[in-house]
Every structure is written in C-alpha cells, then in structure tokens.
Design a protein around this ligand. Structure first.
Ligand SMILES: Nc1ncnc2c1ncn2[C@@H]1O[C@H](COP(=O)(O)OP(=O)(O)OP(=O)(O)O)[C@@H](O)[C@H]1O
Length: 364
C-alpha cells in the first residue's frame, strides 16, 4: 500500500527506533508506518534485529531511543499487558493441562470478557479449522494443530495488532505452505493487522502486503512484495529476496529517470529506468540486477553479451543454465519445452540478453 497524502493515520508507527545491547546496535533507526488491516512482514537473515524490533512492539524490550505509536499515541512506556497486541511465537506456550477450548477461552476469561464467550471461541475454532477438537488436550493434537490453537488463542481477544515471530518455522515444508495460505486467509477475514517475522523470503513474498527487508539492524527497503522482488533498491535486497544476477556496469548517459549502460566493458548501450532520486550520474559505476527468468539465451549475433554454457539443470517446468560471460557468472532460467531437449549444450557459445524493463539499476 503506497503512502499517500490521503492515507488514514497508520495503526502502528515505528519512529526512528534504536535498540542497543551492551554497546551493540541490534536495531538501528528503524522507521515504519503500518496501515490498519495490513499484513506486514519483517524479513532478514538471522541476527538482523527482526525479533528485537517485534519485542519492542510487544513491550518486552524498551527502545534505547525513538518512539512506538499505536493509533497516534506513544506507547513506548506502556507495559506489555496494557497494549492491544496479540502474540504468536515459534515456541508457543499452550497450557498442557487444558483442552483446546479452554486454551482458546483463557484470554477472554483472564480479561473478564465472558459475554458471548462460547460463540466467540467456537467461531474462532471454526475459522482456524479446529471445530470438533474442543475437548482434546494440547498433547493429543499435531504440531500444525497446536499452531492453530496458538493462533486462535491470540485472535479470540480481537487485538488491534497481532505479532507473529516465525510461527511456522517448526513445521515441515508441506504443512508450512498449507498454513501460509490459511494464515493469509484468516488475516483477510478478520481484518486484524499482522506483523509477521520470517527469514524465509518465499514465505514473505507469498503472504505479505508489504515487506520490510532488514539487514544489520536497518530496514533497507519497505515496499509491496511485487515491488520488493521486481525493483530491489539495494544489492542486499536484490540478493536476499529471490535469485538474482548482479553485475557491474557503467552509466554512460543520464536522462531524467533513465540511464544508458555499458556492461563489463562491452559496449552494450541500453536505457533503463532508475529509482527516482537515485544519485546516478554519467560515468558512475552501478550494479545491474536481472532475475534469471528474464535472461534470454540465443545464438543470433548482434549487440548482446557473449557467454558460454557451463552447465544446465532440469527442474520440471524450467531449465536453469549456468553461463560464464564477460559480466561474470550468470544464471538463466528458461521454460522447458518437451521434445526440444536441452537446446544449448555444455560448452556452447551463446548470446544473452534481457528486456530493458526487466533490469534494475542499483547505485554503487
Ligand atoms: N537480550 C539481548 N542481549 C544482548 N544482545 C541481544 C539480545 N537480544 C538480541 N541481541 C542481539 O541483537 C541482535 C539482533 O537479534 P534478533 O534476535 O533481534 O535477530 P533476528 O533477526 O530476530 O534473528 P533470528 O532470526 O536468528 O531470531 C543479535 O546480534 C543478537 O545477538
């Protein structure tokens, strides 16, 4: 959801938040606005500060500096229990002596919100696909079902925001993919704002409205899943989110929001768009990112980069070619056409190219 002047007040605002532990900066001046009903993911490698940022939203850690606002009100000093925030963690702590129903009802009873309790608990259990499991103890259900109980337990209190810290990472891949789809459906059906932490870029791309890509405590990019994949603004984002070919080039000419490029000393002028405001000038070294699926391979001569086929691997619908070129090692993923075999055998000299609209230019 792009930020515009007409956008309503964000439900959650992270305003220049920093967290320092014993002189080490875990979260570094992070600013994020989250709209009501949005599914926002914090994505990044281990140790980049995702959990620390989430823990500050929950009230388990206090920011060293900066503010966290909920509906415009600074809640940095509020205790965790005073915040209208639900939590779902990887190591969920369900009550083993209680059955599924009582686990889910617990939050409402603790808050003395017992009016309509039975209907609320049963509706939420139906929403997460657990009707019929009310009487089971949490030791008598599967890992995936326990994760649904944890989700139901948090959703039943209708929090303004639900924080989820790697909730699916203990599950096997198939179950994980299934729950990703369900979680997204549940989020849209309830309209509750989700802040979801993961280090899995596929999970982030498939579920999120917007993704905050974090690296070393900082948010390098905060944009829609499509924008993050197709227009990475930094080398880190280009490489962390999806496979990419990243190579050096030189800007020959700058014309408004476009630059002409020469690649690897080969005069290969192409005009590509740059992020508005990016400080790229003629003569500058830049990085060029092209996804493997946008690299085309052919034999025709012409103004294209020469490369040699180093290997190819078949993966069902596509074939991935590893290519050695003057711009370095490249990967090209092309559709597999049955009956054609591998049209470009090992050692073959080929020409590679790309459509200009599929190229992203990243300042050095
Ligand atoms: N209580 C703490 N005391 C000292 N250092 C901490 C504390 N909590 C986190 N850190 C450090 O802060 C940095 C960020 O940690 P954090 O857990 O937020 O990363 P993360 O991105 O969530 O990683 P992971 O995916 O591995 O959970 C790390 O270097 C970590 O060692």
């Amino acid at each position: 959801m792009p930020q515009t002047a007409t956008m309503p007040q964000p439900i959650l605002q992270i305003d220049t938040v920093t967290k320092v532990f014993d002189g080490a900066t875990a979260v570094d001046r992070v600013t994020l606005d989250v709209a009501e009903g949005e599914f926002v993911t914090l994505l990044g490698p281990s140790g980049c500060g995702k959990s620390t940022l989430l823990r500050m939203m929950a009230g388990f850690e206090t920011p060293t500096s900066g503010r966290i606002l909920m509906r415009g009100r600074d809640m940095s000093k509020d205790a965790a229990y005073e915040r209208e925030i639900g939590l779902v963690f990887q190591n969920l702590a369900l009550f083993p002596h209680m059955n599924v129903y009582d686990n889910v009802a617990f939050g409402l009873r603790a808050r003395k919100r017992t009016e309509g309790l039975d209907r609320k608990v049963r509706d939420i259990l139906a929403l997460v696909g657990l009707d019929g499991f009310e009487k089971r103890r949490t030791g008598q259900i599967s890992g995936g079902q326990r994760q649904r109980v944890a989700l139901a337990r948090s959703l039943v209190t209708s929090p303004d925001v639900l924080l989820l810290d790697e909730p699916l990472s203990a599950l096997d891949l198939k179950l994980r993919r299934q729950l990703q789809v369900e979680l997204k459906r549940i989020q849209k059906e309830t309209g509750i704002t989700f802040i979801f932490v993961t280090h899995d870029q596929e999970e982030a791309l498939s579920m999120s409205d917007r993704i905050a890509v974090m690296n070393a405590g900082r948010v390098e990019q905060f944009s829609t899943a499509v924008e993050t994949y197709h227009h990475p603004r930094t080398r880190f984002v280009a490489q962390f989110v999806g496979e990419t070919n990243l190579f050096e080039a030189r800007a020959i000419r700058r014309d408004g929001d476009s630059v002409s490029l020469s690649v690897a000393g080969v005069d290969l002028p192409m005009t590509v768009a740059v992020t508005p405001g990016a400080g790229v000038r003629a003569g500058d070294a830049v990085w060029v990112a092209v996804r493997p699926e946008y690299i085309t391979i052919g034999r025709a001569a012409g103004p294209a980069l020469r490369a040699r086929v180093a290997s190819h691997s078949f993966s069902g619908a596509t074939v991935t070619y590893a290519l050695d070129s003057a711009a370095g090692h490249l990967l090209a993923q092309v559709p597999f056409r049955p009956g054609q075999g591998h049209p470009f055998p090992h050692g073959e000299e080929v020409r590679v190219g790309w459509a200009e609209e599929n190229v992203t230019v990243i300042p050095d």
